[in-house]
Every structure is written in C-alpha cells, then in structure tokens.
Design a protein around this ligand. Structure first.
Ligand code: ZN
Length: 286
C-alpha cells in the first residue's frame, strides 16, 4: 500500500479540456461566419460580442470545474493518508471521515484560486488574439477592396481571402507562452495545468493530513517510472523539515526530477521507520 501508484486524473483533465475545445469550436464557427467579401463594421462587432459571450461562459464553467477537481484531488490525498496511517482500513471508510483540516482548507482555497487565475489567463489570451485577428482581417479586407469586388473568382482575391481565413483560424489555436518561453496550444496548456494542479493538491493534502496527525515521514509511490523520478520510487522523505534522520524534506526535492508537470508520483505517510517492510528498508539502506 505504501508504494501503490497514485490516482489517474485523465478523465477529470479531459472534462476541463473538453470545455475549452467546445468554446474554441464555437469561436471558430463565429469566425467562419464573417463574410469578408460582404461585411460592415457592425458585423465584426457582433462577432466579437458573440465571442466574448462564449468566453465568459467558458470562464464560468472552467472556474467551477477547477474548484471541483482541486477539491477532489485533495480529498483523494487525505484518503491516502488515512489509509496508510491505518486510521481506517478501506477507502470507503476513509471517505466517511475525510475532512479538510485548517492547513488543507487554506491550501485548497489557494490552489483553487491559482488554478482559476491560470485558466482565466488562457481565455483572456485567446480573446486578445482573436480580437486582434478580427481587426486585422477586416482592415486587410477593406484595404484590398474585398467587399467592393464583384469577381470573387479572381485568384489574387481568393488568395488574400484564404490568408485572412487562416489568420482568423490560427488566432484561436496558438499563443499561450509559458514562463519558460515555450508556446502552447490553449487546450494542451489547460491539460498540463489542470493535471499538475490536481497532483500537487493531492500531494499537499496528504502531507498536511499526515503532519496534522503527527506522522512526519513519507514514501514516494512506485509505478515503474522511466524518467528522473525513478530514482525516488520507494524512497523515504521527511514531511516535516525538523523530523529526525538524513532523509530529504519533500518540498526540497528538485522539481526537475520529481513532482514535475505530468509527474504521476504521490506520497504515502507513515509513522515509524523501524516498522517499514524489509524491502523498503533495504531500498533505503536501513
Ligand atoms: Zn514522477
């Protein structure tokens, strides 16, 4: 149990990503509706208004989902602590007594707010890009006399039109730049974001519950990782910096090696090193 793999949040992440995909599809349909050969300024404004409405609805839904998902992950983290600390024997029993202690209440509130702010930044970014693209496309269409032209079979006009269509379409699907300067598709970014926040909430909820119950050690879960995390599988960590022993403090572990984005590892708290199973003692050279 101490080393059993962590939860799989694919379905939860997918639910949030789907909300974004749905909104992006709706925006694309709005953009396709703009007739660049026969538009008035009012049409572009109406399109922008519809797009703002789609994104406002998305923000609302994403905000609610962020709260549900972070709370779910924290609950799972607490259940794991209750089981490995042998407060209860089964997940079903744990579910009945699970509660957010003060630390976890604060952690969850902060994690929900963080996730919501990051998701909001994604929609704001999409809105900015789309607005700019609509303005650019309508201005270009005017400059090239597209609305006044009669002959839409003119290859030059057709090429310009195709180009403008592409600019509009691309505006929805490019453009989140992260702190490291990498460029992400909005839906990919949302996937990584929600996944990471959930795993983080899981881990922190476990630690807070354990420390609250006076357990200061943890074991890193195992699933046969191939990346740098593999060196940490089954290893003892301290959940409280002041705990005895030369084990690393969990929050000091290098983020490039473990608990990185996409990391599936979680921690299981325990009380006494002398009572660890032999296999884990050997692994930790005890
Ligand atoms: Zn990992």
């Amino acid at each position: 149990m101490l080393t059993s793999p962590g939860p799989n949040y694919n379905y939860d992440v997918e639910e949030v990503v789907k909300a974004y995909e749905k909104a992006i599809d709706a925006i694309l349909r709005e953009l396709e509706r703009i007739d660049l050969t026969n538009f008035q300024r009012a049409n572009a404004l109406a399109t922008l208004k519809s797009i703002s409405e789609i994104l406002a609805e998305l923000n609302d839904e994403a905000g609610k989902l962020a709260q549900i998902k972070v709370e779910k992950a924290a609950t799972d983290g607490i259940i794991r602590a209750l089981i490995t600390l042998e407060v209860v024997a089964t997940a079903a029993e744990a579910e009945k007594i699970v509660a957010f202690n003060r630390l976890n209440k604060e952690m969850v509130a902060a994690a929900v707010a963080d996730t919501q702010a990051d998701l909001l930044a994604v929609t704001q970014n999409v809105e900015k890009k789309v607005r700019a693209a609509v303005r650019q496309a309508t201005a270009e269409a005017m400059r090239n006399n597209l609305p006044r032209g009669i002959n839409t079979s003119d290859p030059i006009r057709r090429a310009i039109l195709a180009d403008l269509r592409k600019t509009l379409g691309d505006s929805v699907n490019t453009g989140i730049i992260d702190a490291a300067g990498r460029r992400w598709k909005p839906t990919t970014y949302v996937d990584v974001l929600v996944r990471t926040k959930m795993m983080q909430a899981h881990k922190e909820a476990t630690i807070n519950e354990a420390v609250h119950r006076g357990a200061v050690y943890g074991i890193i879960s195992k699933h046969g990782a191939k990346d740098a995390c593999r060196n940490y599988e089954g290893k003892i960590v301290k959940l409280d910096r002041s705990a005895d022993g030369s084990y690393p403090y969990i929050y000091d572990l290098p983020k490039r090696e473990i608990f990185h984005p996409f990391c599936k590892h979680v921690v299981s708290p325990f009380r006494r090193i002398d009572r660890l199973p032999d296999g884990l003692k050997q692994l930790n050279k005890i």
